[in-house]
Design a protein around this ligand. Structure first.
Ligand SMILES: [Zn+2]
Length: 308
């Protein structure tokens, strides 16, 4: 390994200042002391050297030139990869198995892929440093992960253009995520680092599309009625929630969920399980509605979309 390559994997200087994205400055010191890694509930992610990684496919936004995560997809808005807070799995239930695999297999990188036209491209990566337990951890290993460095590129690289052995690893068929070894990880990360970090452009684009969505619907994220951008301030509720008992599936066959809080009881239409009820903000309160007809649901419910 050359000195240059070694440098790529030398993350001894975490870019902690950059974690302040989304801060309200007036509350920054309080937030920093209570929410942001490496402060508890965050703990160091134990990793192997040389660094291994996971390839992770995400759905990108149709209304954006840069491949930010999908924001406007009806009933399937995405909160990950959450580059605003440099986290994955803090706000969403996406890819629980991959998150558990990363912790279990001591991986350091998530390398993100999405579709550009019909082709898969690699758009960026997280260098992971911290983990914390999510609300369903008691039932099934549920981790949120946080990065100390995030790198996304203006010109996503076609998988077929990646250097070997990254190319072969990324070209082999997989659906949502896949573990890659140290040499494959290094090949892909090095290729991404050959371009300047366009993270600020991605953040601006997320904000632009969210504001577009809010202009038309009143919400940055219609599915869960979220008016504000993601931030560490918002993370407070997610990090403070204690583990709930019992297992909740990640998908509802009907597309509907019902809040188990007796004071709320609202129905929610969303493809994936949400950590937080959009109506009462309860954490981990949503339960599957197996059959919307049986639940007496029809047509438009609480302003969400019709049943498809
Ligand atoms: Zn509720």
């Amino acid at each position: 390994m050359t000195g240059t390559q070694l440098h790529l994997f030398d993350w001894t200087t975490p870019v902690t200042e950059d974690l302040q994205v989304g801060f309200d400055a007036s509350d920054a010191s309080n937030l920093r002391s209570s929410l942001i890694p490496p402060t508890a509930p965050w703990g160091a992610l134990e990793v192997d050297t040389p660094a291994t990684g996971y390839l992770s496919v995400y759905l990108s936004e149709d209304l954006s030139k840069l491949p930010i995560r999908a924001i406007t997809k009806p009933n399937d808005n995405k909160s990950d990869p959450n580059i605003e807070t440099r986290t994955y799995g803090l706000f969403s239930t996406c890819e629980r198995g991959m998150r558990a695999g990363i912790v279990n297999n001591r991986a350091q990188f998530i390398i993100f892929l999405c579709k550009k036209g019909k082709e898969r491209v690699v758009s960026g990566f997280y260098h992971l440093a911290w983990k914390t337990e999510g609300i369903w951890h008691a039932a099934k290993r549920d981790y949120a992960l946080a990065a100390d460095y995030v790198h996304f590129v203006a010109e996503p690289i076609r998988v077929s253009d990646l250097p070997e052995p990254g190319k072969s690893a990324a070209e082999r068929k997989f659906r949502l995520s896949k573990r890659v070894d140290a040499v494959e990880t290094q090949a892909i990360v090095t290729a991404l680092q050959s371009q300047p970090n366009a993270l600020e452009d991605y953040l601006s684009e997320i904000d632009r599309v969210e504001r577009f969505q809010a202009f038309h619907s009143g919400y940055r994220y219609v599915s869960w009625k979220q008016e504000r951008p993601f931030s560490w301030e918002m993370a407070r509720q997610y990090l403070a929630a204690s583990n709930t008992q019992g297992e909740v599936p990640n998908q509802s066959p009907s597309g509907f969920w019902q809040c188990a809080d007796p004071d709320c009881g609202q129905f929610v239409n969303n493809k994936s399980l949400l950590r937080s009820c959009p109506f009462c903000n309860g954490m981990g309160t949503l339960r599957v509605v197996a059959n919307p007809d049986g639940a007496g649901l029809s047509g438009e419910i609480n302003g969400t979309q019709n049943i498809h």
